[in-house]
Unconditional design. Structure first.
Length: 567
C-alpha cells in the first residue's frame, strides 16, 4: 500500500464527518459514534495500533471531555445565575443603550469582548461565554453560536497568553537540532520563535481586520428578514474600524513584545475604543438593523436557553442594580483568567487541586489531567457564586435554579463529546504502531506535500486548519504539524519560519470548524443537534482565512522574495 493510499485513509474520518454533518445534515449525536468506530477500525487494522493503545486513547479522550464539559457548565451556570439575580436584564438594557443595532452588538460582544477572553484564556472560552450572553440579549441561538465560533480565528494564535505558539509550536519542533542550525547563522531559538510570532501577527493582522465585517455580513445574510449581504456591508466603515482597533495593537504587540500579549492588549484596546465610538454614533449607518420578531424565527434557530423578561427573578427587597454590578461577574472572570495565567503563585495554587491520569493502561506517552479550579469552568463557577451573594438577597434559590438548568444542558452535550474527543486522541496517538508508520496526521499532511510541490505554501494554512478540525485545538495542530511544515520548507529551500507561521494561522482558523468546539458552543445555548447547520456556515470564513493566508505566504516567497533564516 503506497503513501497516497495511507494519506487518503487517514483523511477518511474527516471526510465522513463532513459528509454526515454538512452533506447529509445529520446531528453530531448520530455522526460521531460512527466516525469514532471507523477511526478505531482504521487504527487497528491499517495502522496496526495495539488494542491497548486505542483503548488508552479513548480513556484519555474521556478525561479531556470532562474538562471541556466543565468549561461549558461554568459558562452556563454563570449565565443562568445572572438570569435569576436580574443582572442579565441590566446587561441587555446596557447593550441597547450603547446601540440597538444588532450588528454593533455582535461586534462588541463577539469581536471586542471575545478577543480579550481568547487572549486571557483560550480553549473555546470566548464562544462559551459570548454565545449565551448574546442569546440573553435577544439573538437567535444559532446566530449566537455562529458569532461565537467566528471569534475562534484571529486572536486564537495568541490565545491563553500565547499557548499555541509558546507550547504548540515550540513543543512541535525539534528545538535542539534547529538551534544548532540557527547558531551557524548567528541566531538563537528565541530569535527564531520571535520571527515566527511576528509573521503570525502580520498575516493575522491583514486577514483579521475584515473579520468583524464578515461576521455582520453572515449575520444579516443568514438571520435577517431580507437575507441580505448588503445590509452587513452598510456597516463597513464601523466594522473595519473595529477590526483595526484590535489588529493594530495586536500586530505591534506581536512584533515588539512576543506571543503572550497580542490578543490581550488588542482586545482591551478594542473594548475601550469601540464602545465609546458606538455610543457617539461614530461611523455608524443611519439605519438600525434588527432581527424579525421572535415569533417569525424558524424553529431550528432556537435553543433551549431562553431568557425572557418574565423569567428573570428579582426579589422584591433588591435595590435597582447598577451596570457595574451587573457586569462585575464577567469582569471578575476576566481578571481571574489573566491572573491565573500570568502569576505563577496563583497558577500553582489553582493547579494544586488536579487529578492526574498518568500512563493510562501502561501507555507511557498517553496521560491526561483534570484541574477543576485552573480550568475556566472553575473560575466561571467562582464568579457565579460571588454574583449570587452580591446581587440578590436569595442567593441559594438563584444558584439552585441555575444549577438545574445548566446540568440538564451539559448532560446532553456530554453524549456527543464522549465520542468526538476520543476519536481525536486515537488519530493523534496513531504514530506509535506495530508497522512503524507515520501517524495519521502526518500521513495526511504528506499527501498534500506530494500533491502540491512548489505550491505547498498555498496549502500550508489548510493543513493547519485540518489539524485543528481533527484535534479541536490549534495548539495541538501546531504540535502535530510544525515539524512536518519545517521539513517541507527545508526540502523546498524556502524559509521555514513563514511556513510555520502559515501553519499557526491556519490552525487558528480551523478552530471555526472544529467539531467539538461547535458542540461545546451549541451546548451553552441549548442548541444540540444543529452542528451541521453551524459548520455549513463557519466553513465560509474558514475558507476565506486559509485562502488569503496561502496567497499572502505565496506572494511573500515568490513575488517579494522573502528569505528568512535557514532558507
Amino acid at each position: 500500500m503506497n503513501q497516497t493510499i495511507y494519506g487518503l485513509l487517514a483523511l477518511l474520518p474527516i471526510v465522513l464527518s463532513g459528509i454526515f454533518l454538512i452533506g447529509l445534515q445529520w446531528s453530531a449525536k448520530k455522526t460521531m459514534p460512527i466516525v469514532l468506530a471507523v477511526t478505531a477500525a482504521i487504527a487497528l487494522l491499517i495502522w496496526n495500533m495495539t488494542f491497548n493503545r486505542v483503548s488508552s486513547s479513548i480513556l484519555e479522550g474521556v478525561v479531556i471531555t470532562v474538562s471541556v464539559l466543565w468549561i461549558v457548565f461554568g459558562a452556563l451556570f454563570l449565565l443562568n445565575t445572572l438570569k435569576y439575580t436580574g443582572a442579565i436584564g441590566v446587561i441587555r438594557a446596557g447593550f441597547i443603550h450603547v446601540s440597538p443595532d444588532r450588528r454593533v452588538q455582535a461586534i462588541i460582544i463577539a469581536w471586542c469582548f471575545g478577543t480579550f477572553l481568547e487572549g486571557a484564556s483560550g480553549f473555546g472560552t470566548p464562544a462559551a461565554i459570548a454565545a449565551p450572553l448574546m442569546v440573553a440579549i435577544g439573538f437567535p441561538a444559532l446566530a449566537a453560536v455562529l458569532m461565537g465560533m467566528m471569534i475562534q480565528s484571529t486572536p486564537v494564535s495568541f490565545g491563553a497568553v500565547g499557548t499555541p505558539i509558546v507550547i504548540g509550536v515550540e513543543k512541535g519542533l525539534d528545538t535542539t537540532a534547529i538551534s544548532a542550525q540557527l547558531a551557524q547563522q548567528g541566531m538563537d531559538w528565541a530569535m527564531f520563535l520571535q520571527l515566527i510570532t511576528s509573521q503570525v501577527a502580520i498575516i493575522h493582522g491583514i486577514i483579521g481586520t475584515f473579520m468583524p465585517l464578515f461576521m455582520v455580513m453572515m449575520l444579516t445574510r443568514f438571520f435577517g428578514k431580507n437575507k441580505s449581504w448588503k445590509e452587513g456591508l452598510e456597516i463597513l466603515p464601523f466594522a473595519i474600524f473595529a477590526g483595526l482597533t484590535f489588529t493594530i495593537p495586536y500586530v505591534l504587540t506581536g512584533v515588539l513584545l512576543g506571543p503572550e500579549f497580542p490578543s490581550l492588549i488588542g482586545g482591551l484596546v478594542s473594548i475601550a475604543v469601540v464602545i465609546q465610538a458606538a455610543k457617539k454614533g461614530f461611523l455608524l449607518p443611519k439605519t438600525t438593523w434588527d432581527f424579525e420578531p421572535q415569533k417569525f424565527w424558524p424553529s431550528d434557530w432556537m435553543g433551549n436557553l431562553v431568557v425572557k423578561k418574565e423569567d428573570v427573578v428579582i426579589d422584591d427587597n433588591s435595590k435597582p442594580m447598577s451596570a457595574v454590578m451587573a457586569w462585575f461577574p464577567y469582569l471578575l472572570v476576566a481578571a481571574l483568567l489573566v491572573c491565573s495565567r500570568m502569576f505563577a503563585g496563583f497558577k500553582a495554587l489553582l493547579n494544586s487541586a488536579t487529578l492526574d491520569f498518568m500512563s493510562i493502561l501502561g501507555e507511557a506517552d498517553i496521560s491526561a489531567s483534570f484541574s477543576p479550579l485552573y480550568l475556566p469552568g472553575g473560575l466561571l463557577l467562582i464568579s457565579a457564586l460571588v454574583a449570587a451573594f452580591a446581587q440578590t438577597n436569595k442567593p441559594t434559590k438563584a444558584l439552585g435554579d441555575a444549577f438545574g438548568e445548566s446540568a440538564k444542558t451539559v448532560l446532553s452535550a456530554g453524549f456527543v463529546l464522549i465520542f468526538t474527543i476520543p476519536m481525536v486522541r486515537i488519530f493523534i496517538n496513531s504514530g506509535v504502531n506495530m508497522s512503524d508508520m507515520a501517524s495519521m496526521p502526518v500521513a495526511s499532511a504528506e499527501l498534500f506535500t506530494s500533491t502540491f510541490g512548489n505550491a505547498f505554501p498555498l496549502v500550508s494554512s489548510t493543513i493547519g486548519a485540518l489539524g485543528a478540525f481533527i484535534a479541536g485545538s490549534n495548539t495541538v495542530s501546531n504540535m502535530m504539524f510544525s515539524q512536518f511544515q519545517y521539513e517541507a520548507a527545508m526540502s523546498l529551500n524556502i524559509s521555514p519560519s513563514i511556513i510555520i507561521a502559515a501553519q499557526a494561522v491556519g490552525a487558528a482558523a480551523g478552530n471555526m470548524i472544529a467539531i467539538h468546539n461547535v458542540v461545546a458552543a451549541s451546548a451553552t445555548v441549548g442548541l444540540l443537534g444543529m452542528e451541521g447547520a453551524t459548520l455549513r456556515k463557519t466553513i465560509l470564513p474558514t475558507i476565506y482565512y486559509v485562502t488569503f493566508s496561502g496567497i499572502i505566504v505565496m506572494a511573500a516567497i515568490y513575488i517579494f522574495g522573502f528569505q528568512g533564516p535557514l532558507a
